[in-house]
Structures are given as C-alpha cells and as structure tokens.
Design a protein around this ligand. Sequence first.
Ligand code: DON
Length: 560
Amino acid sequence: MHTSRLLLSAALILFSPLSVAEISAPKPPSAAVASAHPLATDAGITIINQGGNAFDAAIAVTAALAVVEPAGSGLGGGGFWLLHRASDGFQTMLDGRERAPLAAHRDMYLDDKGDVIPKLSIDGPLAAGIPGVPAALEHLANQYGKLALSQSLAPAIRLAREGFAVDERYRRLAGFRLKALQKSPAAAAIFLHNNELPATDFVIQQPDLANTLSAIAQQGAAGFYRGAVAEKLVNGSRAAGGIWTLEDLQQYKVSERTPVKARYRDIEITSAAPPSSGGIALTTMFQILENYPLEQLDKATRIHLMTEAMRRAYRDRAEYLGDPDFVSVPLKRLTHSFYAAGLASTIHPAKATPSDQLPGIADNRLGSDTTHFSILDREGNRVAATLSINYPFGAAFVPAGTGVLLNDEMDDFSSKPGTPNIYGLVGNSANAIEPGKRPLSSMSPTFLEDKGRVAILGTPGGSRIITMVLLGALEFATNKPPQDWVSAPRFHHQYLPDQLSFEPGTFSSETIAALEAMGHTLKERSRQYGNMQAILWDRSQNSVTAASDPRGGGLASTVK
Ligand code: DON
C-alpha cells in the first residue's frame, strides 16, 4: 500500500466511529428499561426520571414485577442481578438465590423406597427455599443506589394497593396452576376470583403485599426476615407442612460473586457465576463454536454443531455444577479454552453424538416461569437481572397475612441422582440438597461487549435459558439489532433427554431431514418459549435501542 494511503487509513481508523477514544468517552444518549410487564418498565422509568440510577431502577422493577407479574418472580423468590458500575467499571453478580432451609435434607422428597414423590418439591410450602429478593433489594439500595429504598419501592407499593389488570398471559399461567392455587386459601383469595380463574381486566389488589413491601421500605430487609412478617411466614408455612424457622430467615444473606467472563471472536461475554450454571455453560458453548466459521456453513451443519456444543455444555452442568459455597466447582478447568478444544475434538462434522456415548452423569433439575429485566442509565450503569420463584406462581402457596407467594426453587436441586426433575434435567451430588445450600440455576443475566457496542440481555425459560442467551448473543455477533435477538426462532439441546427441541416453524422440512440424517432426534415443541428483554447501547452510533420478546407482554422503553 502506498504510504499516503496507509496514513489515510490510519487516520480513518483513528477517527472512525470505532476509535477507542471515542468509545471510552461517551455516556448513553438515553436510559432504557426492558421488562416483562409494562407497569414494571414504567416503574423503572419513573425512578430514573426521579434521579435514580440503574440500580435504584432495578429495585423499582424487581418490586413492581413481584406485584404485577406474580407468576414469574417475587419477594418469596430469588434471583441474580448482574451489575456494571460506570464510574469505575466494577462488575459483580448479586446472588439473591434462595437457600435450602436448615431442616432440609438430601432425601426430603423421596418415599420409603427411595423414589421421588411427585409434586412435593413443586406445590406447597415444603417446596420453598428461603427467599433472597428482599435482602437483595436492601443490598442494592445500600451499596449501589442513590435513592432511599422507600423511594424506589414506592411505585410497587402503589401498584399493590391500586391493583393491576389481569391479561391473557396471566390467565394462561394461573390456569396452568389453578389446582395448586386453589389449595392455598391465601393464594386463592389474591390470585383467583371466587376460587376460579379471574376474567381478563379483573383487577388484582394486594393489600397484604403492599404492607409487606412497606415494612421493607421502612425497615429494610429486617422488615421481611424479622418481626411480624417473618413470624407470619414461618407460622403460615409450618401450619401447611413447611419446615421454615425464624432462624432460617434471620440467617439469610446475599452474596456478591465474580461474574464469569468469556470471549467469542471480538466479543466479551459477562454472565452469571455459580450457583448459576449459565456463565460456565455459555463459555463452553462459545469456545467450542469459535472453532467453526458458523456463518459460512450450511444451515443444517450450523445447527448440528450448535447442538453438539449445547449437549456437551449441559452434560458438564449436570456433572459438576452446584452451589460454590458447598461444592468445589472446577471453574478454571471448565472455562479454559484447552478444555473446550478437547470437547470440540469429539464432535463429528456431520454426525450426532448420542448423549449416552458421552461419559455418564448421575442426575439434576430445572424450572419454568421466571422473569428477566435489563436496565441502562444515562451514566452507563447497567443491570441485567433474572429473578425466579421457579414454576409459574412458584409453590402456589401464600402464608396468610403476608401477600408473599412462596417459591418452589427446591425443585432445582437434584432430589435423586439420575432422576430428571420437572424440566427433564438431571444432576448429581454437586447439586444434592443440603441445609443452607443454594440450588443450581440456569438463570443467565448477561452483558456482551465489543469495540463499539454494549448489550444487556437475559430471559426466563428454565433449562432453555442458557441456549436462548447463546442464540441471542450469536445474533449480536452478526450485528443484528435487539429486535432480532429477542425474536430469533429457538432450538435447544440439554444432553438429556437426547433430543433437539425447537419452536414451531423454526426449521424447514429440508433442514429437519438433514439433521435427522446426521442422527439427531428432533422434537417440535407445541409452543414458543422464553421472554427475552434486551438493550443495545451502540457507542459508535451514539444510540440506545431496547426490545422486548414478542412472545411475552413486556415493554421496552427508552428515555432521553
Ligand atoms: O433457576 C432456574 O434455573 C429456574 N428456577 C428458572 C425457572 C425458569 O426460568 C422458568 N421459566 N419459564
């Protein structure tokens, strides 16, 4: 190249939209909130407009979702909040995952013969771990927020008192859990109407929940884990067969964990650390896929290789992962590129590896319904949070007088090695029940970053969360906008059962035939899944765009 042209291209690089100086300088031109319910998104925007930062908004959105999307998350549940502080680049994962009660034990869901008793870890107070959300709200306010906890909780308290209108999605999920909800008088009084499914537009008011939220607003976490609310939680759950004690509640503590980091091409991925399996599984999948020129391959081969990456990552999940406070997770080894290279070398370019040909594992578990939200503020602070009470409406149980729907996150433990849980996942002793232990999760709040762009994303969807984040991230990797990340057709493999499942309409009949010829067992699901909430800050374009999954009823808003 001629010298002057060289200089010119150097100048172009220096002054191109991707120049480092320009990238490191600016703040986002607008803030954004994407969540699974318009009223929760509005609560976040309100708090940002009142001068709150992304962390204050996260408090508002978490609490509002507990009110208006009771099927997905709540004060009686847990979650992971992935945080990025703009002032110094500090990143952490706030772990507010539920913990097993102190009286929990390994075989608590087994009968005399050692078989799993169906539903015991799903319905009613015995299914509930000790909630982490209230402690996380206080921690967010004290450590990261600018506003008082009471100010950030105000929108949720108002929503609980004034009520929200039942929509189709609520009716579908409450209908799914109708029988279980009818068994808990306090739950039925709140979430049903005359003990039946409420009609569309019926208004659900939650005065008890408003009082519990107010106790937290006034006293912080102690308003939930101590005093009158704690007593009602313990008495209510014990009267219905639960094992919680006041000591369980007093002992609950959130943890901050170092997020898991991986690279895929020029993208830095930051995702959930154990007790989530998300960051490690994503790392494995990305490192395997980095070996292939994915965009240049024919569709069937691309799907095949992605499926084989998923299969291997989920086998390791089942084998090795659990609460790092209890088991030693071989994180360094599992996230090392040499390890992924070894896994990749076992992938045949055109033939499925039957899962039973991989080294066996014992057992594991997972759940459905949950929620995710993403927030960016004008300073560049970010929150990606995935929160859960596990199954839709959790354990479908409310201790009287609290308004708090308890989780059934205990089902995320492996009740028995080798026996799949309600979502077909298997696991082994790393994820066995122990007092005080956190069940293994798939929740994967995630940041993606390359030279010019920052993404904040995540989704509910039980075991399929991690593969949805993978698919969304691959859309980001090919420069697609957030609308494409959240709406991309989805497919999934989780090692066991040994099948490649996919949303209706994802694959053409030719692709299906080609994948079957490679030895894959395909299973078309009856409905779509997931509810991804995503934000893109494109620094090179100085723009912020947000998108909410078309499958859900959420809302993504930006505000200048
Ligand atoms: O922590 C987990 O992995 C599960 N409890 C999440 C459940 C879930 O996402 C259900 N979503 N539809």
